[in-house]
Design a protein around this ligand. Structure first.
Ligand SMILES: *Cc1c(COP(=O)(O)O)cnc(C)c1O
Length: 380
């Protein structure tokens, strides 16, 4: 039986909630989306949640409401899913790649500083693989310069930063509910913020810039004529998705606790392999272990791709490490500073299977396949 890298943890409770939304007749954005926004914002400890169709649209919308546009530069880590960099291009701005810290895989003030310029309007700090970025330190650099910090918390639901839920330290944060993440609604995303005006504008823009939402018009019972105040988008989440999200949100603490136990087991098993670095909690928070990555030592005699091949031959499905956007054809023309840490991590790391059905025996088998492949590659 194949051990998959990831599997969404969805059960009968989610199925029943989705069925109830369908039976209610309200399937587009409606009361369940409103309830999910409120519950999600409360779980993070922020004033506002604005549900959208994905984290990609959440990042796009966050930059729109932060007034980022043509002529502006947005500093992003190259080491991220490509949607982070794309968000800058959607608003006509230029993504500027920064390198990352080798232990957290995140931006830091030290990696941002070399690419700050007069044109820098925003920084998108990613909580990579669920490891929270040190947003307060990044804001200490950016706030005095008038640079907006947006948190790409796509992977971070259930992670903590300075003892509180990750995602509330930035002006605007964007979460993903794609099945690759811990909390899923099939597709979906959420912007959270404590800023009333930004929330109002994001809420309006995700629904065509309408002055009155369809749900409010329906609830009013009378005749309400809407206006279209600016050019908006259709970035809405459906009530079917929100119904699933409400169940997933309730289950999130238990899902994170289970992940953290599995991660600790991987860490203990991998501690015997010389030179291997694994992801771990940073000093300023806790990871939700959405993904578990392994970084090979420098000069490792076995290549990352050969290790992946050894796992695949045993019906174990790993993934390459986190991608580097600057190496993709879509960004080939974008000038950038040298990004040595990003390149080493994207080339020399791999992601091991981690989801609710991965058993302790599976983990032992995965690590023993890795161990044998590494031994076989060591000469003499
Ligand atoms: C998954 C991911 C995204 C995109 O999320 P979608 O909901 O699929 O649009 C953006 N940024 C990061 C860091 C991600 O991991």
């Amino acid at each position: 039986m194949t051990i998959h890298v990831m599997k969404p943890d969805l059960g009968s409770e989610e199925a029943e909630a989705a069925a109830a939304a369908v039976a209610s007749g309200w399937v587009a954005q409606g009361p369940r989306v409103a309830a999910f926004e409120e519950a999600f914002a409360a779980s993070i400890g922020v004033e506002h949640g604005v549900a959208v169709s994905s984290c990609t649209t959440a990042l796009h919308l966050a930059l729109v409401v932060a007034d980022v546009g043509p002529g502006d530069e947005v500093i992003v880590p190259s080491l991220s899913f490509i949607a982070t960099a794309n968000a800058a291009r959607y608003v006509g701005a230029t993504p500027v790649f920064a390198d990352v810290d080798p232990t957290t895989l995140n931006l830091t003030p030290e990696t941002i500083e070399p690419v700050l310029s007069e044109r820098t309007k925003a920084v998108i700090a990613v909580d990579q693989a669920g490891i929270p970025a040190d947003i307060d330190a990044i804001r200490a650099l950016c706030d005095p310069r008038g640079v907006t910090v947006v948190e790409d918390a796509a992977c971070a639901a259930g992670a903590t930063y300075n003892g509180a839920p990750a995602g509330r330290a930035a002006l605007l944060s964007a979460y993903s509910f794609h099945p690759r993440k811990l909390l899923t609604t099939g597709e979906g995303g959420m912007i959270v913020t404590n800023d009333d005006a930004l929330a109002v504008r994001a809420r309006r823009l995700r629904e065509h810039g309408m002055s009155v939402s369809a749900a409010d018009r329906h609830a009013s019972g009378g005749v309400v004529l809407e206006q279209y105040l600016e050019t908006g988008f259709n970035f809405r989440m459906t009530d079917i998705q929100a119904a699933v999200g409400l169940v997933q949100l309730k289950r999130l603490p238990a899902m994170v606790a289970a992940r953290r136990e599995q991660a600790a087991r991987y860490q203990a098993l991998l501690a015997d392999l010389p030179g291997i670095i694994t992801n771990a909690d940073p000093a300023h928070g806790t990871s939700n272990y959405q993904s578990f990555w392994v970084l090979l030592p420098e000069g490792c005699p076995v290549s990352r791709n050969d290790l992946m091949q050894a796992l695949v031959a045993e019906d174990i499905s790993p993934r390459r490490g986190i991608m580097a956007s600057h190496l993709e054809p879509a960004y080939a023309d974008e000038p950038h500073i040298p990004l040595p840490v990003t390149e080493r991590i994207t080339n020399d790391s791999l992601i091991l299977p981690l989801h609710h059905e991965v058993t302790p025996d599976d983990q032992e088998r995965i690590v023993s396949v890795l161990s044998s492949a590494l031994d076989a590659g060591v000469p003499g």
